[in-house]
Design a protein around this ligand. Structure first.
Ligand code: PLP
Length: 374
């Protein structure tokens, strides 16, 4: 959901700075100034210079630009493809560009993940040490189980030859800022994950990042991301990011309490279930629960029919009947993975709404287990 005060920023800036930021007339110059203010504000938060902030349409584009851009520039400069390293915990928006590069001749190694979807970073570092040049793609936190990845080790190993793209989408506003993030060669963020409108993301570059553009055209944003920028979306992104970081620790505390309450309510039902998320090392808003024995194909439609907005895996693929590839890679039987729910709690959820949601889910699960017994 777009935050109310951010929506106001979006509407105000759309009205006041409606010119094209690349135009040299007065309206264009005003739009340009607003856009650059937003870039400056984001760069201060992300501890970099404003020129290293690229606005994109979201994190899918930012991941594509970071991964394809770094890999292709390295190949162009070094005359051979570098080694790509990652894991199956990554979002499709990171895995798909990696697969594309693999088809184009780049070697790709995907390391194992544990039962909470934490990548085997030691194995990744071992592969890395045997290569002259590599690009590791390691997210900050996983969107399905909420697992926080050991990015400190990757940050430590990152240098001019061993690059790191970090999909940091899930962490901003939910986790305390980790200084390791600032070591990433490229870092992607998505505005709609912290209260900005959909359609705006950022790719943060390290000062020495060598990147080929993926999208070419009018040469905006240092020719690294051509296309007319939206000052209103950029200003909304900056505003939402600032608010999300200001409120992060209070939100995290509230979300953890809500999660404990929710899980206790599910436990009280006495039905078989297990948690795929980690309590100690995870996003405070994310629960991932498996209900062995239930027909997973009925679970999501039944939640929807009961007004519960719950998904099975990445939101973009939750309409699919396939089990989550992350849970299967984490070792779950495909049928159990299919009978799993990813529940994201919103910090705005009122206690009464939380109680009602837990009650409704409990009733629904009882009903489905009754059907399964027949
Ligand atoms: N990466 C992760 C970890 C995500 O959770 C998402 C979206 O949910 C994306 C990338 C894609 O972001 P966007 O929707 O901004 O394209």
């Amino acid at each position: 959901m777009v935050r109310e005060e951010v929506l106001e920023t979006f509407v105000r800036v759309s009205r006041e700075a409606g010119g094209n930021p690349s135009s040299i007339h007065r309206a264009g110059r005003h739009a340009q100034a607003v856009l650059e203010n937003a870039r400056e504000e984001v760069s201060e938060i992300l501890r970099c210079s404003a020129r290293d902030i690229l606005f994109t349409s979201g994190a899918t584009e930012a991941n594509n630009l970071g991964i394809l851009g770094l890999a292709r520039a390295a190949e162009r400069l070094q005359g051979k493809p570098l080694l790509l390293l990652s894991s199956r915990a990554e979002h499709p928006a990171a895995l798909a560009p990696l697969r594309l590069l693999q088809q184009q001749g780049f070697p790709l190694r995907l390391v194992d993940i544990d039962r909470h979807a934490i990548a085997d970073v030691d194995a990744m570092l071992e592969h890395q040490s045997s290569a002259d040049a590599s690009l590791s793609v390691v997210q900050w936190a996983n969107n399905e189980t909420g697992a926080v990845q050991p990015i400190g080790a990757i940050a430590h190993s990152c240098n001019a030859n061993h690059l790191w793209h970090c999909d940091a989408v899930q962490g901003f506003g939910k986790l305390a800022l980790d200084p390791s993030l600032w070591r990433a060669t490229t870092l992607s963020l998505s505005g709609h994950k912290f209260g900005a409108p959909k359609g705006i993301g950022v790719l943060r570059l390290s000062p020495d990042a060598m990147l080929d553009p993926v999208q070419v055209g009018g040469g905006q944003q240092r020719s690294l991301r051509s296309g007319t920028e939206s000052p209103a979306l950029a200003a909304s992104f900056a505003h939402a990011l600032r608010l999300a970081l200001e409120e992060q620790s209070g939100d995290a505390e509230r979300l953890l309490k809500s999660r404990v309450y929710f899980l206790e309510e599910i436990q009280k039902l006495g039905l078989p279930f297990h948690c795929n998320h980690s309590d100690e090392n995870g996003l405070p808003n994310t629960m991932n629960l498996s209900f062995p024995g239930l027909d997973g194909r009925m679970l999501i439609p039944a939640c929807d029919a009961d007004g519960l907005e719950i998904s099975a895996g990445a939101a973009c693929s939750s309409g699919a009947a396939l089990p989550s590839s992350v849970l299967v890679a984490a070792g779950l039987d495909p049928e159990v993975a299919r009978a799993s729910l990813r529940i994201s709690l919103s910090p705005d959820l009122q206690d009464s709404e939380l109680r009602e949601a837990a009650k409704r889910l409990g009733k629904l699960l009882r009903r489905l287990y009754e059907v399964a017994k027949r």
